[in-house]
Design a protein around this ligand. Structure first.
Ligand SMILES: Cc1ncc(COP(=O)(O)O)c(C=O)c1O
Length: 400
């Protein structure tokens, strides 16, 4: 990221197509929703209560009530307010969990944070103060050679979850790959974990009901040991830092206590406008009708361009685009490293992200980790097309 930032800052008149961004696009209808919720808040008597007073660590009561009501109605759950915690962004939630449930316990045993399928969100790399607590597992690869597509699957032959596991964590849909673990795979992981009473944190930053960035069928999965972790960032509110966890009361309480020590509570302005957007159902509607179609169409543009431009006789594979705001490209047997390839693409004024930082917690040498790239879907159609053609030229040169 440092190299990307410096490249863009000192670009001296060069126009880069930047496909590294993780920031969501500002979609007019989404911005409008947040403006409306802000206007409603400003003109309500609630305003002073929201910004001029401290609140509870668990979160702003109307937001918690809105979450309980919507999720119980939509998914037939029996949540109470004690099942919900609001955090300052979902990243902080993983930090709380990593240090409350993972790491060394008082008797000296190491409680591991298990990432069942690597690659996964690079942000998990820094969540624990005890780096050796993070353990990721290599996936199985389903490859469709003639279609130039592939998909990662959890490898249940290898996966170990037992009493030494503090908790399990994965993103669904996944940043960086766009993979969506199937409902069956999630149930299977949860079943293994629950036999050892291990919580499973499902990072749902891209999942339904908001921001609904799944392009394939998926059900959010709830249960006695599952913590469903949401973020409002990809629903257009990254600046306000609102994360929401839904889970078993005992875990929510432990995380809440940790949060109190850390920062007392999340900022309340973002929570108050989120309460309005969720309670009214507007956030769910906008997610389904605006946010999801926008990125799904971008993925189609990208894959169509790659299919047209890439050399058919080279082993390139695009991960199935099942969700999130990225595409993930695997260049099998790439003759140079991902970092070198990134530099070669940069010479063509295109920036993509080398894949190797997306394997936090993975032990041992696996050349696949140096053969992958994350491509953001946040650019214009034209920029995406041009970039894919330039990338294909580099692929041809490098393999030749
Ligand atoms: C999979 C995943 N989890 C968590 C986060 C952190 O999001 P937040 O803004 O809620 O802290 C991100 C941000 O990009 C993400 O991609």
């Amino acid at each position: 990221m440092k190299d990307i930032i410096e490249t863009l800052r000192f670009s001296q008149g060069r126009e880069f197509i930047n496909l590294s961004a993780g920031n969501p696009v500002i979609l007019p209808a989404v911005e409008q929703l947040w403006r409306e919720c802000t206007a409603e808040l400003l003109s309500s008597p609630e305003y002073g209560e929201v910004v001029c007073r401290y609140g509870s660590s668990q979160g702003y009561q109307p937001l918690i009530e809105a979450v309980v009501e919507r999720f119980n109605r939509r998914y037939g759950l029996q949540l109470t307010e004690r099942n919900v915690l609001v955090t300052p962004g979902s990243q902080s939630l993983y930090f709380l969990a990593a240090n409350a449930l993972g790491g060394y316990s008082t008797n000296g045993t190491l409680k591991q944070i298990v990432l069942p399928l690597s690659p996964d969100y690079t942000g998990y790399g820094g969540v624990t103060l005890i780096p050796e607590a993070l353990k990721a597992y290599r996936p199985r690869l389903d490859v469709d050679e003639s279609a130039h597509r592939f998909k990662y699957r959890p490898d249940f032959q290898q996966l170990e979850i037992d009493e030494t596991t503090g908790f399990v964590l994965f993103s669904r849909p996944c940043n960086p790959t766009g993979n969506v673990l199937t409902d069956e795979e999630v149930h299977k992981i949860a079943a293994i974990a629950s036999t050892h009473n291990v919580p499973v944190f499902v990072d749902s930053a891209y999942a339904p009901p908001f921001p609904c960035l799944n392009f394939t069928q998926m059900q959010p999965i709830f249960g006695d040991t599952i913590v469903h972790c949401m973020s409002l960032s990809k629903a257009g509110l990254p600046g306000e830092r609102v994360g929401i966890a839904i889970g078993p009361e005992a875990i929510i309480q432990a995380l809440e206590a940790f949060l109190t020590n850390l920062c007392l509570h999340s900022s309340r302005y973002g929570q108050a406008i989120a309460a309005r957007a969720i309670r009214s159902g507007r956030l769910e509607t906008i997610s389904e009708t605006i946010i999801r179609p926008y990125y799904q169409q971008k993925f189609t543009v990208l894959e169509t361009a790659l299919d047209a431009a890439m050399p058919a006789d080279r082993p390139w594979y695009l991960h199935r685009g099942e969700g999130a705001i990225f595409a993930w490209l695997w260049l099998k047997d790439l003759p140079i490293t991902d970092q070198e390839f990134y530099q070669r693409v940069k010479e063509k004024d295109v920036i993509i992200v080398p894949g190797s930082p997306f394997f936090p917690g993975l032990e041992g040498d696996w050349k696949h980790t140096r053969e992958c790239f994350r491509i953001s879907l946040t650019a214009s159609d034209e920029a995406l097309r041009t970039a894919m053609y330039r990338l294909a030229e580099v692929v041809t040169q490098v393999y030749d």
